[in-house]
Each structure stands twice: as C-alpha cells, then as structure tokens.
Design a protein. Structure first.
Length: 287
C-alpha cells in the first residue's frame, strides 16, 4: 500500500480501494440515502453487458460524480436513477416523492435540448407549465433560477443568440426551476471548450454549496472535472461496466483555480488515474 499526502490528510491507495480520511468536508453518514443501486445489472437485447452488479448509494447533500471511459455504463446508471431505464436485475431505489410522480428530481442532458422557437424564459418555464404551476409562481421561479446560473439579463433571448455555455446554463436553469432535491447531470459540459467548461464547473460547484441539501449525481469522463466538483467519485470501468472504486474528495480547500494546481488536487487525480489504468489492464477493483 502507498500513501499520498494531501496537506494534513492522507489518501491511502492499494489494489482494491481508494479512500480519504473523514474531515470537515465529509458528508454526514446519518444523512438519508436518496438514490441507491443495489446489485444492478443491465444487459441489452443485443447481448451488450452495460452494467455488472453495480452497487452505489448516494446520500442527501452529496455531489457524486460517476467517472469512467465510454462504455462503462455511467450514463446507463444515471438514466436508471432518473427512471428512464430499468435494470435487467437488481434494484434501483429513488426518492419516495419522485416515485410518486412529483418533480423532486431533475435531469440535465449532454445537449442543452432547448426549443429554438422559444425564449430562454419560456424554455425554463416548460416543466412548470407541464406540471400546472400557476404562471405568476412559475415566472418567479424561472427568474430566480436564471439569476442563479448568471442569465438574469438574458431571459428574452432565443437559444440561437446564446453561446454554447450559455445554452447549457439555460438548461440547468430549467432543471433548477422545478426546485429538485436531486439533480442528475449527464456530461453537460463535455462538448464545451476547456476554458468555458472550467468556468461552468466552478459556477456549478458554487451553486451546489449554496443550495445546502441539493444532491447532485454528475456523469463525466474527466478526472480533473470529477476531482474539482465532487464530494465523492464513483470510478467505473468498461467491458462489462462496473464500479471499481469509491473515492471521497475530502478537503477543506475552496474549489477555485488555486485548488486546480494544488498538491491535494494532483494527488486525488493520481488516485483516480491509477484505478482507471489498472482496470484498463484487466485488474478488477472492488465494487
């Protein structure tokens, strides 16, 4: 076993697991589990084994990233959490309110998926209109959501008048307008340039910190993005898709540009990279 020093903490590394010692940044383990995959498998009709006995639990208030290469089943697992796909075997547990059909969960996809003929405010208000929310209340919630993502002055714009990053902000505002307890995000910044992506990552992390009990599950293939954003990273490998490690990003450091070049950041990136390299070589980690 080896250890990487991270300030006054240590990250233990061996062949099977990667964990950080609990600290001030740790999520309270007494917080209820709001999403859980229990021995979940997914096999498609063509024989593709997308997920193999995945076990993942997400507690209220966590920011959990699902990290892995293409084909590891991370987006499939996210869609199962959203109720858009069902497992071939195993069990998915979702928030009770979402199971009853209430909009306590929202999802942001890889594309902004905005209606090109509608203004930003109309796009953001769509789920509220579909849910029958009164117009005055809907307008107030949309205005608040647009302010949260930095689009307060762009509500009357059409999507074509926005940059790619601003379109994704509008998509996030649409999700936030329903006031979800759980926010599911499927590589929302993957198509953006590095500068824009880093800025949106910082804004998203700040928004999550402000929202207190908001739970986020975020799919990414970027080690750097996962470390910057997350309180925990679930590392996945492909063929078949499986969970190989669960790494707590336990640091008191502000998630800013200084953190991106800190020893802590580099050490956590190294831990995640080692797991992915071993998995690519065919060495199985833990579930």
């Amino acid at each position: 076993m080896s250890e990487a020093t991270t300030g006054d903490k240590r990250v233990k590394r061996d062949d099977d697991t990667a964990v950080a010692l609990p600290g001030a940044g740790a999520v309270d383990l007494s917080s209820p589990v709001v999403l859980q995959a229990d021995g979940v498998e997914k096999v498609y009709p063509n024989g593709t084994h997308a997920l193999d006995r995945a076990d993942v639990a997400v507690r209220r208030g966590e920011f959990v990233s699902l990290l892995g290469p293409s084909g590891c089943g991370k987006s499939t697992l996210l869609k199962m959490f959203a109720g858009l796909e069902e497992p071939s075997s195993g069990r998915i547990v979702r928030p009770e309110a979402a199971a009853k059909g209430r909009r306590d969960m929202a999802m942001v996809f890889q594309e902004a998926t905005l209606m090109p003929w509608a203004r930003v405010t109309e796009n953001a208000r769509l789920p509220l209109d579909l849910a029958g929310v009164p117009k005055a209340e809907g307008n107030a919630r949309v205005a608040e959501a647009l302010q949260l993502v930095g689009l307060g002055e762009f509500g009357r714009c059409y999507p074509r008048e926005l940059s790619g990053g601003m379109q994704m902000r509008a998509s996030i505002a649409r999700a936030l307008a329903v006031k979800p307890n759980v926010l599911l995000m499927d590589e929302p910044f993957g198509a953006l340039d590095e500068f824009t992506r880093n800025r949106l990552d910082a804004d998203l992390r700040g928004l999550w910190e402000e929202q207190k009990e908001l739970t986020v599950v975020f799919v990414t293939h970027s080690i750097y993005e996962a470390v910057f954003l997350s309180s925990r990273v679930v590392v996945m490998a492909a063929r078949p898709g499986r969970v190989i490690a669960d790494v707590k990003i336990d640091t008191d450091a502000p998630r800013d540009e200084a953190f991106r070049v800190s020893t802590q950041f580099i050490d956590y990136c190294r831990v995640l990279s080692e797991h992915l390299v071993r998995a690519n070589r065919g060495e199985r980690g833990v579930h």
